[in-house]
Design a protein around this ligand. Structure first.
Ligand code: SF4
Length: 393
């Protein structure tokens, strides 16, 4: 029986698309700058917690290693959100629990060669286990409810021998750089029996289904970062979806359909296809770039030099050395904090946050169309003037 090792970060993709390991087989993992920046940001959290520091610390070169070129001072501020939450939990349990940073979890008892690392965990035996994941990305807000990656970490942390060690698990996403309606720290609780029902009833069969050589691709928002999009023969599922959605085989010049002529069902179908098609288009652009760098001529396109700005090699040394020369002029213009940042500072200084209420206002933000599964409550659509005129008098 052939199986691929599937890490918890790919569990959602495995559950939704059993064909992905087969269609990604042999495609080399390529590291992106975003991924390396995220790894660097994780080292800050891990280093600070391992050193029992309640303040985010800049790790030494020996810890940051190959990620050093991604270091930015702002990583300390973002890491502080995660570190504050970890210490808040430690204090909540009055320091009676063991807290772990970057603990390895083994899931090979559920599916061979499956394991991962939990950013932070802390738990009270026979009580609650907390599993916390630090997300440094600023692009897509990560939802915590039913999150297969974090649920995977939790079952790995509990293990098969001792499912009664905890009564429930609180999984938490800390994502300080991407605004989210539920804030940068959001949690969700699941009982241990429900977690194991999911592990044996959904996850295990899904992982086993990836071994089926006839498993069919199922495109969705889980296609983002799927290696099958980089394969020499890119994922046939996304290709078919793109063609059927655009109603073209790309052989003739494409004339987009007027969106106003689409039915609500057509619109829903196209919106469902947006994420995998966007992921595929991005991979087409990346492939074109890679090929052009190897000398392939892409008709109508050319390579130009990338734009690069100068940056400090060691910002802390610059600050120290140049401050002796020009004092506070080393700093950029001072900027007032946002209401949310100001409230955080007031809270940190144990000052009443109500004192800023009178100073801020919220401008009209309009509405956003989101999938039904989004955690925000639906609102009544505003009536159009046409609908009012259509009313019988
Ligand atoms: S690109 Fe999407 S549909 Fe294709 S294998 Fe990957 S997850 Fe499945």
């Amino acid at each position: 029986m052939i199986h691929s090792s599937i890490s918890p970060s790919s569990f959602k993709r495995a559950v939704m698309c059993p064909a992905f390991p087969r269609l990604s087989a042999g495609v080399p993992e390529s590291r992106s700058d975003y991924a390396d920046e995220g790894s660097c940001a994780h080292v800050v959290v891990d280093w600070s917690i391992r050193n029992n520091s309640r303040t985010a610390l800049k790790p030494p070169q020996s810890e940051i290693g190959e990620y050093a070129r991604h270091w930015k001072n702002e990583m300390l501020g973002h890491a502080q959100v995660m570190i504050d939450y970890c210490w808040y939990l430690f204090d909540w349990y009055q320091g009676k629990c063991q807290m772990n940073s970057e603990a390895q979890v083994d899931l090979s008892w559920l599916y061979p060669e499956t394991w991962g690392h939990v950013d932070f965990d802390i738990g009270m035996p026979f009580g609650r286990l907390h599993v916390i994941d630090y997300k440094y990305g600023a692009g897509v807000g990560v939802e915590v409810e039913d999150n297969p990656q974090l649920m995977g970490y939790a079952i790995g942390k509990i293990g098969p021998q001792n499912p009664r060690e905890y009564s429930d698990v609180e999984i938490t996403v800390v994502q300080p750089r991407k605004p989210h309606v539920n804030g940068p720290v959001r949690s969700w609780v699941i009982s241990v029996p429900d977690l194991f029902t999911w592990a044996y009833g959904t996850l295990k069969p899904a992982l086993e289904a990836t071994e089926n050589p006839n498993a069919q691709p199922n495109p969705g928002d889980w296609c983002k970062f799927c290696l099958a999009l980089k394969a020499d023969n890119p994922c046939p599922g996304v290709r078919a979806l793109t063609q059927s959605t655009a109603r073209t085989d790309f052989a003739t010049p494409y004339t987009p359909v007027d969106p106003n002529s689409l039915t609500p069902d057509d619109i829903a179908r196209i919106l469902d296809a947006k994420a995998p098609i966007e992921a595929w288009l991005k991979e087409v652009a990346n492939t074109a770039h890679r090929q052009a760098e190897k000398g392939t001529v892409i008709p109508g396109y050319k390579l130009v030099a990338g734009k690069s700005n100068r940056k400090w090699k060691d910002p802390l040394k610059v600050e120290k050395d140049l401050k002796t020369l020009i004092g506070d002029a080393v700093y950029a213009e001072r900027k007032l904090k946002s209401p949310a940042q100001m409230e955080k500072v007031l809270k940190h200084h144990k000052k009443p946050i109500d004192s800023v209420k009178a100073y801020w206002e919220k401008s009209e933000a309009g509405t956003t169309l989101v999938p039904e599964k989004d955690s925000r409550s639906a609102i009544q659509a505003p009536r159009s003037p046409q609908a009012d005129f259509a009313k019988p008098l």
